[in-house]
Design a protein around this ligand. Sequence first.
Ligand code: ADP
Length: 772
Amino acid sequence: MGATLGAGVLGIAITDSSEATAVWWPAGGVALLTLLLLPRRWWPALIAALTAAYVLANVLCGRPFDAAVLLGLSDIAETVLVATAIDRGIGRQMRTVADLGRLLIISLGGAFIAALGVAATSDALLGGDFGSTLLATTSSHWTSMVVAAPLALIPRQRISAPVPLVALQLVLLLTVTALSFGPDQDLTLAWAPIPFLIWAGLSFGYRVVAVELVVMSVLVTAMTLADWGPFAHHGGGTSQVVQLYLISLALSSLPLSLVVHGQTEATRFARIEKQRTEAVIDSSSTPILVTDSAGTVVSVNPATTHLTGFTAEDFRGRPFWELLLPEHRWPAVRRQLAERGALPEHGESLILTASGGERIVTFSNGVLHDPVDDTLHYVLTANDVTSERATSHLLQHLLRSATTVAIVGTDRGGAITLVNAGAEAMLRIDGDEAIRRPFVEFLDPDEIADRAAASGSVPGFASLVEAVDADGAPQTRDWTWVPPDGMPIQVSMTTSLIADAAGRPIGYLFVARDVTENRRNQEILKRALERESTAVDHLRALDSAKDDFVSTVSHELRTPLTSIVGSTELLTDGLAGQLTPQQRQMILVIDRNAERLLALANDLLLLAAQGSGTVAAQLVPLDLRSVVVSSHATVMPLLAQRRLDLRQQMPHEPVTVKGDAHYLERAVTNLLTNAIKFTPDGGSIEIRVGTTEDGTGCTLAVADTGIGIPADELENVFIRFFRSSNVQPDAIQGTGLGLAIVRSIVESHHGGIDVQSEPGTGSTFTITLPTA
Ligand code: ADP
């Protein structure tokens, strides 16, 4: 406000007293600067203050109050109009020459409006001439604003200029101006400062020019008012000449600085853009190669060198095909390049690498046409698809070669998207025919309906995949496939979900194996097993009937046999009179055979009882050594006539097992009897009692040096009535029941029996019983 007031007073003060109103009006420029530089929301207060300053300046300079108010209102109207128009039409920065054009028009319009008010006031109240006041006011206001406004519209981007150079230019400008407008200077050198301002416009930019314009305006005005310089002697028109001079200074220097500014900006922008493009290309994982119209490489990005193994230097300046393509393809590429733009836009190609390898790439080719010099550039981008191709070939091969396994792919809705050779064979259809058909068409509808009913779902494709949908894991189940023309087949089908890379389900895969034959065989086997088990039941019943029969017969035989044996004893004892030696001999034969029959009957009875489980052993803790001692005593009579060495090898401490002494003695006696029977005179027999290696069981072994048992018969010796082939029935008597009884007894004691034997060397029978 103070500056506006000061400028107003100054403007009026320097005006020739012959003029009715001010012919210099710096106050207009100062007020405009104030509005443009300060925020819009302050404007209402600023406008009021500026109006006051205008009015006050006029009053202070002796104008009547009414005229002062009218002049002030004209001035403020202009200031507000111009400031608003600049704010709307140019903004807060001057950027282009067009902006400068707008400023000239806006400020001329504003100046003219103010001049109308001022001229009317001057005409009515101050005795001035309307026409000349209108002209003088328009030019003074216009100049004031054109010189001042650029200071408020300085663009943000500044051109960096070396300060000493700017200082030099300013000194030269001021010196030349001082000389041109100096005292007594009437040579028309007014143009002389212009080249220096142009220099500033070209080299130092808008900011310096805007400031220098203001400085020039003050200087030229002051010197001319002092009656110096080339414009001093133009009488009444001096002010207008100076003002037009100042406007022409602005018009010659400001546009230049704006153009230079725009160019600098454009260059900077282009540089940034280039850097950005280079950064994008360099960081791209896609190989990119740029060539000129002859195919000579201009640039390659790191992805290209990475893919091919060639360095950027290898590429630069060479036709791209020389490095990347096999020699037989060079002529074709050259031909395509010769017909401008005939390079294919995209395709797939094999390229060579530095290490002599090959890659498969898909490429696309962009053509850049520079209309200025009519040249072409090719931008080749490539994508390495070597491994994808290998994988897809492998997959194709896999699908083709899987002929015994049917593979069917569907989309989520159940339409077939893929069938392999196996599926074609099983469904007896052509692959192309099956594609897009609903997969359920090839399944037994009744089976689907049954299973849907069982799981409570809607019959259809959904019932095939609901289990897989539910928990995501593949599911295998038997299904019936119905080929369009053929017998239904039974398949074991695994259903699985196919997901894309992001894990979203995109379809299903069905892998099936024909199990019709398997299922038929399984059925036959099942029936055979059932029949067998019925047969076994019959046999078991038969066996038990036989056991019953044997035990009944044995039992019935025992009484008469006992009676026979008793009677023969009475006879040998001579109770029925003295026997002749011949009679005694016969009685002994009867007695021996009756004893054998009795033993046989007893053995049969025992086995039958054990088999039917009717006689259970009474298991109590007992010392195995005492069993051996008793059995040894029992067989002593058999040794009387024989030359055999029978030894015992037993620990000093008791060997306790849980057992039935009567049965165990019977078992050991049987083993000893066999050893005595099957060992020729001169041999030896050893009874060994001990514990198993792991300490959980006790062992009792009977080893002899007898005739042994042929290896292929060893496993049969425990079977009832079995006698080995090397036993001559006549020579060594026996029934083949002894070992069967031993095994039966041992098993009823939760133990086991084992035999090791070698014909001619001897046999060892080992009983193992759990330790008590
Ligand atoms: P038996 O002794 O009444 O023939 P076993 O059931 O006791 O019936 O024995 C079955 C068969 O095992 C015998 O006939 C004999 O061939 C064979 N055998 C059993 N013990 C011995 C042994 N210590 N040495 C050789 N062969 C034996």
